[in-house]
Design a binder for this molecule. Structure first.
Ligand code: ADP
Ligand code: MG
Length: 272
């Protein structure tokens, strides 16, 4: 199994789309697992009160566990909240607990409410964790939690589900990214779009794929994630699909996507 290139800079990626059920969490945990499998140290920050990424990586996320909530409050450091997954020593997770459900409102009255996650991702904390990739799994909204993720990140990864209303609401997401770029994080860029839940039996899936490629060009990964029952079963076992059924089409396609992302990242830096 060949190693993937380590990025010359740590890549912090926000996985965002205000629509629920498009594959944000599935993408965050499985890309992270794919990179970890190739020897890259990877951290998933679960920023959704539902805690689905924490469940999929089987890390403790009962109320009171040091989590992203305490990090936002400034009570706990990133290093103290990060747990090593049982899947791989290279795969870490900062969990979300149910306490995060109130954070969207609590943040409103806090100082530097948009940049509290960024402050926690300090150079010292990141050096201590020594991770190459960070994926921030966003909730299905464009509120302050997602804004915190966009301010803390270098790149946005947008999963798009290959179905009828795929592009609806995307304009709103892109507007928000523009606003964050203008006012809070000048270097934020939509670097990656991943097509998810592709169903080859439908003509519609191909039409959506083509439409997204026409509109976004090279930002869209060549790898497309198929709809696969193994992908949806895996979280029920506290596993990514790469651990649950490594030979399945879903696992292979997430591995391909991880490789494509890692190799493309390295290539684009060479061009600079
Ligand atoms: P989001 O985080 O955007 O809300 P999820 O990643 O939780 O979306 O995915 C929504 C649902 O679809 C989950 O039940 C998940 O297991 C399922 N799912 C995601 N990707 C696939 C896929 N490629 N094939 C089948 N089911 C999938
Ligand atoms: Mg989710």
């Amino acid at each position: 199994d060949h190693q993937l290139p380590r990025p010359s800079h740590r890549r912090i990626m926000t996985v965002a789309n205000q629509k629920g059920g498009v594959g944000k969490t599935t993408t965050a945990v499985n890309l992270a697992a794919g990179l970890a499998l190739h020897g890259l140290r990877t951290l998933v920050i679960d920023l959704d009160p539902q805690g689905n990424a924490s469940t999929a990586l089987n890390v403790d996320h009962r109320s009171g566990t040091p989590s992203v909530y305490e990090i936002l409050l400034g009570e706990v450091s990133l290093v103290d909240a990060a747990q090593v997954s049982e899947q791989s020593p290279n795969l870490l997770c900062v969990p979300a607990t149910i306490d995060l459900a109130g954070a969207e409102i609590e943040l409103v009255s806090m100082a530097s409410r948009e940049s509290r996650l960024k402050e926690a991702l300090s150079r010292e904390a990141l050096e201590e964790l020594d991770v190459d990739y960070i994926f921030i799994d966003c909730p299905p909204s464009l509120g302050l939690l997602t804004v915190n993720a966009m301010v803390a990140a270098h790149e946005v990864l947008i999963p798009i589900q290959c179905e009828y209303y795929a592009l609806e609401g995307l304009g709103q997401l892109l507007n928000n990214i523009d606003l964050v770029q203008k006012h809070l994080n000048r270097t934020l860029a939509v670097s990656t779009i991943l097509l998810t839940m592709y169903d080859g039996r439908t003509k519609l899936a191909d039409q959506v794929t083509q439409e997204v490629r026409n509109h976004f060009g090279d930002v869209v990964l060549k790898t497309v994630i198929p709809r696969s029952v193994k992908v949806s079963e895996a979280p029920g076992y506290g596993q990514t699909v790469l651990a649950y059924d490594p030979g399945s089409r879903g696992a292979m396609s997430y591995l391909d996507a991880a490789r494509e992302m890692a190799e493309r990242g390295a290539a684009s830096r060479e061009r600079q």
